[in-house]
Write a protein that binds this ligand. Structure first.
Ligand code: NAD
Ligand code: DAU
Length: 351
C-alpha cells in the first residue's frame, strides 16, 4: 500500500539530543498521522528526559542504537517500514573535538555512511542530513555563507561534518538517492546541554558562578531559536530537492560578549560574573548565514525574535533546575574541570 505524506514513518537519528528532541515534538504535534522512531545511542549528550512529553504517544517509539554500528542500524530498519530518515545524530561540541577527534570521525563520518547505505537498501523516499554553517569556515567582517560557498572547515568537528556532507552529496549523485542537506546557524533553546555557550552561561549565572568568555568576546555567531530550525527541517523533508543544500539561519548575529551581557541583564545578574579566559584554538571569527534560498523556495522565515527566544530559554532553565542538576553528572564535572582549568583556575568550582 503506498503511503501518503500523512502516514509516513520517520526515523530520527539523534532524537534524544537538543535539536532532535525538539524536532520530534514538532513533527508529532504538526502531523497527526506521522510516526516517529527515535534512534539514539544515548551518549553523554543524549537524554531520554528530553523525550518525556512524547513517550506515551502511540506514534512514537525509542530504539537505542549507534548509527556507526552495522547491526544496530540493520536492526532499526528491519520491518519498521521507514519512509524518511532525518540524521541529527552526531558528536557536536567543538571543544571536545579539539581534545579528541576520534569519536567525531566515527559517529559523524562512519555513522553517516552506515545510515546512508541502509537508507538506500530500505528504499526511503527522503534522507535529510542535518549539517552546520561551520563547514564553510570563518567569515571576515562582511558577507554571509551561501550554499555555494566553498567548504573550509577549521576544527575537527566541522571537518567531520563536512566529510559527512560530501558523503551525502556523493550518495545522491552516484546512487540517485533522494538525499539532501540542511546547514543551520547556532541554535539555542530549552534542553541544550550546558557545555554549549548559551546554556553554560545560564546554568552558571543562575548559581552565581563565573561565565567563561573565550578571548576578548568579539567572535560573532548567528543565532536561531530551535523551534524555527525544526520547522525548517520538516520543510526540507517535504519541499527539499535531492542533491541540494539548504541554509537555515535565524538572522540574529551578535558578538559573544554582547550575548553574555544580554543574558546577564535578563537574569538580573552582574557583569562581574564574566571571566575572559584563554581562547579556543582556531576559533572561527564570525558566522552568518544567507538563507534566501529557503525563504524563496519554501516560504520559510524565522519567527522567534532574539529577545523572546532568550527569555523563553531562560524561563525553561529557571523552571527545570533538576534537569540541569541531572546532566551535570560526574562526567560533566570532570570534562568541565579538564577543559577550563588551564584557561582560568577560578572557573573550576565544581569539586
Ligand atoms: P546534541 O549533542 O544535543 O545531540 C546529539 C544526539 O546524537 C544525542 O542524543 C546523542 O546521544 C546522539 N548520538 C551521538 N552519537 C550517536 C551515535 N553514534 N548513534 C546514535 N546517536 C548518537 O546535538 P544537537 O545540538 O542537538 O545537534 C544535532 C545535530 O544538529 C548535529 O548533527 C549537529 O551537527 C547539528 N547542528 C547543531 C547546531 C547547534 O547549534 N546545536 C547547529 C547546526 C547544526
Ligand atoms: O554554528 C553551528 C554550530 O554551533 C553547531 O554546528 C555546533 O554543533 C554547535 O556546538 C555550535 O558551535 P559553536 O562552537 O559556535 O558553539 P558554542 O556554544 O560552543 O560556542 C559559541 C561561541 O561562544 C563560540 O564563539 C565560542 C564561545 N564560547 C563557547 C564556550 C563553550 C565561549 O566564549 N565560552 C565558552 O565557554
Amino acid at each position: 500500500m503506498s503511503k501518503t505524506p500523512d502516514n509516513r514513518t520517520v526515523l530520527v537519528a539523534g532524537g534524544a539530543g537538543f535539536i532532535g528532541s525538539n524536532f520530534i515534538r514538532y513533527v508529532l504535534d504538526a502531523e497527526p498521522g506521522v510516526r516517529v522512531v527515535n534512534f539514539d545511542r544515548l551518549t553523554y549528550a543524549g537524554n531520554l528526559q528530553n523525550n518525556e512529553d512524547v513517550e506515551t504517544n502511540p506514534r512514537y517509539r525509542f530504539v537505542r542504537g549507534d548509527i556507526a554500528a552495522e547491526p544496530d542500524v540493520a536492526g532499526v530498519f528491519a520491518g519498521a517500514g521507514i519512509d524518511v530518515v532525518v540524521n541529527f545524530a552526531a558528536e557536536t561540541h567543538v571543544d571536545r573535538s579539539i581534545e579528541d577527534a576520534a569519536p567525531f570521525v566515527r559517529t559523524n563520518v562512519q555513522g553517516t555512511a552506515c545510515l546512508l547505505a541502509h537508507s538506500r537498501r530500505a528504499g526511503v523516499s527522503r534522507y535529510v542530513q542535518i549539517s552546520t554553517d561551520e563547514v564553510y569556515g570563518s567569515l571576515g567582517e562582511d558577507g554571509a555563507f551561501a550554499e555555494d560557498t566553498p567548504l573550509h572547515p577549521n576544527n575537527p568537528y566541522a571537518a567531520t561534518k563536512a566529510g559527512a556532507d560530501l558523503l551525502v552529496l556523493a550518495e545522491a549523485r552516484t546512487h540517485g538517492a533522494p538525499a539532501l542537506i540542511t546547514r543551520c546557524s547556532n541554535n539555542y533553546g530549552p534542553m541544550q546541554f550546558p557545555e554549549k555557550f548559551v546554556p553554560l552561561m545560564l546554568a552558571n549565572a543562575m548559581e552565581d558562578r563565573p561565565i567563561p568568555v573565550y578571548g576578548d568576546g568579539s567572535n560573532r555567531r548567528e543565532w536561531i531559536y530551535v523551534d524555527d530550525h525544526s520547522r525548517g527541517v520538516w520543510d526540507a523533508v517535504n519541499k527539499g530537492r535531492p542533491g541540494e543544500v539548504y541554509n537555515i539561519g535565524g538572522g540574529q548575529e551578535t558578538a559573544n560578549i554582547e550575548l553574555a551581557r544580554m543574558v546577564l541583564a535578563e537574569l538580573g545578574k552582574p557583569e562581574t560574573l564574566i571571566e575572559f579566559v584563554a581562547d579556543r584554538p582556531g576559533h572561527d571569527r564570525r558566522y552568518a548565514i544567507d538563507c534566501s534560498k529557503i525563504e524563496r523556495e519554501w516560504g520559510w522565515a524565522a519567527r522567534t525574535g532574539f529577545a523572546d527566544g532568550i527569555r523563553a530559554t531562560i524561563d525553561w532553565y529557571r523552571t527545570h533546575p533538576e534537569w540541569v542538576r541531572g546532566v551535570r553528572d560526574q562526567s560533566y564535572r570532570s570534562y568541565y574541570e579538564r577543559h577550563y582549568t588551564h584557561r582560568d583556575r577560578t572557573l573550576t568550582s565544581f569539586r
